[in-house]
Design a binder for this molecule. Structure first.
Ligand code: ADP
Ligand code: MG
Length: 232
């Protein structure tokens, strides 16, 4: 078996609603290796967000397991331990960037380090490094509204990586960007995934962006379709 940082084993998620059970995800098995960018594609409603939430420890499966590289079952850990894993091991990038409007770029990036109670000197250094990593060193003091959409998402990526996670989860990170900016953001995610040995799971429905994946998995009605060969 190859080394994997994160795996889903026969994972299903059923939502109970007033209108009956919704089978959002059915029997999905996949894993992600270090330095591998896996893109999850599929039409709206196919289960992409549900899958990423399970892989990122934001939700728990109805059946099946989500397992970390160290053998711990994320989907069965007590909430406190899940929180710890989320803070230290997993970086999240959001479609709508998720930045706090009244904080500068640097202050937004600093948030995960404050939660981890990193001391102020080390925080400043690591924030500067993270902003540098995404090409925003000159924009540290700007507020989100003073930045373009692409720059805001770069801040989002810096914030996701500042605590040096080994897993990156990004749910349609380019969904609000024009196609050219989307391509540069996807390329940045790809470069960082490879350079930092991240296990990255990114959802998108843009076929152009899928070309940057190491592997594409496809969801249809909550089920994994046949594997799609990597295009590069
Ligand atoms: P995608 O991200 O691919 O658009 P989702 O994972 O958001 O798909 O949704 C998959 C299916 O699960 C959809 O039918 C959606 O309506 C349903 N679903 C997602 N979350 C919930 C929820 N909290 N309660 C009920 N149904 C849900
Ligand atoms: Mg979604």
């Amino acid at each position: 078996m190859t080394e994997s940082v994160l795996s889903a084993e026969a994972v299903s998620r059923v939502f109970a609603t007033g209108a009956g059970d919704v089978h959002a995800l059915t029997d999905v098995t996949m894993d992600v290796a270090p330095g591998e960018l896996v893109v999850v594609r599929g039409p709206s409603g196919s289960g992409k967000t549900t899958l990423l939430n399970l892989l990122g420890g934001l939700d728990r499966p109805t059946s099946g397991r989500v397992v970390l590289g160290d053998g711990r079952e994320l989907s069965a850990l007590p909430e406190k331990e899940v929180l710890e894993v989320r803070r230290t091991r997993i970086g999240y990038v959001f479609q709508s960037f998720g930045l706090i409007p009244v904080l500068s770029a640097a202050e937004n990036v600093e948030i995960p380090l404050r939660l981890l109670e990193v001391d102020p000197g080390a925080r400043a250094r690591r924030v500067a490094e993270a902003l540098e990593l995404v090409g925003l060193s000159g924009h540290a003091q700007q507020r989100p509204y003073e930045l373009s959409g692409g720059q805001q998402q770069r801040v989002g990526i810096a914030r996701a990586l500042v605590a040096e996670p080994d897993i990156l989860i990004a749910d349609e990170p380019t969904g609000q960007l024009d196609s050219r900016t989307a391509a540069t953001i996807m390329e940045l995610i790809r470069e960082l995934t490879h350079a930092r040995g991240l296990a990255a799971v990114v959802s998108t429905h843009d076929p152009v962006l899928m070309q940057r994946a190491d592997r594409v998995v496809e969801l249809h009605d909550g089920r994994l379709a046949e594997p799609v060969p990597a295009t590069r």
